[in-house]
Design a protein around this ligand. Sequence first.
Ligand SMILES: [Fe+2]
Ligand SMILES: [Fe+2]
Length: 377
Amino acid sequence: MLKAQISTFNDWVDIFAEWKKDIGYDEKTFKRFLPNYVLEPKYEPCRYNEIEFGDFRGDRKWERVLDIPNQGIRDALQQLIVYQGDTEFASVEQQRYLVDRAPSDYDLYALMRINAEEMRHGWQMSHILVTHFGEGGRKEAMKLLERRAYEQKRLLGSFNEVMENWLDMYTYTEFIDRDGKFQLKMLSHSSFMPLAMSMDPMLKEEAFHLGTGNNGLKRILKAGKIPVEIVQKYFNKWVPTAYDLFGTDGSSNAHWAYVWGLKGRYNESETDEEVRRDQLNQMARGLYHAEISKLIVDMNTLIGEDQPKLIVPDIKFNRKIGTYAHQTYTIDGKLLTTEQYEKYKLEILPTDKDREILRGIFKENDWIEFKPFKGDA
Ligand SMILES: [Fe+2]
Ligand SMILES: [Fe+2]
């Protein structure tokens, strides 16, 4: 039973320990691969001490919640931190079944490290909530450990999906952790100093997650045991949820987060393009789409001539939010009738039969190119 109230960060840490037990976190394997890992908040100096964009541009970044000009901005900021923290703990819940089925020590190490770092990211967001946001922040930090991905209670769609196997794992780290990189980079420009200071250490860790995902998928394609059609189905499962993570088109939340300097554009420090405040989410989603398109072109070079090639699911396919929500487009962007679409989805998303085929393939460990484990880097 979780405590009813917390007053210090140490109280929160007690609840975190209960959360780990409750989700069945494998402490023994964690200790085996990461014996020296310390969960702790990490803050690094920001590149800019002044607010970088929006109405407060040029003012000193806010170091305390009391420095923030009004309650509307405080609430929006707290919400951004809560959403980020929610995804971190959720991903550990989603990945909890994979420990027993790792194809090699390297893969198991990668999983344990990714989980540890996601817990640290959630810990970081909770640290900001508990130390800066008073009673309301402490409540929200507790709620981060009360919602469960496997009860579909997490705040964003991707984080309530079921992860059953290691093809899920590497598709997820490639595409969903990559969305994470986009979100973190956008928050690294934040007008709230403690949030901006949190992002560089998180981004460094995140790079390992997406690198592991990208490399894992390439190792799978090189091994050539999992049919490309099935790999494509897993892309079709996860990528639309990643598109959704960028939020609705023409979002007023994104607009205000920009006006208040809370969350920047992905390419904020590299672009001199005029900002289109009503297009922020579409713009970020577009950059993400471009990035994953390149990765998939690269993956296709590993697929034999006689095999089908992988494609990037169209931005309109299987969306749950935004302009294209609940519409009936194919993965290559063609509009179907509702009837055609229902049938189509059964062909294009992973089925029980695919899962059965995969279970057969996973019995041997030759479905992924071997990578030796050389110790914790
Ligand atoms: Fe993370
Ligand atoms: Fe991650």
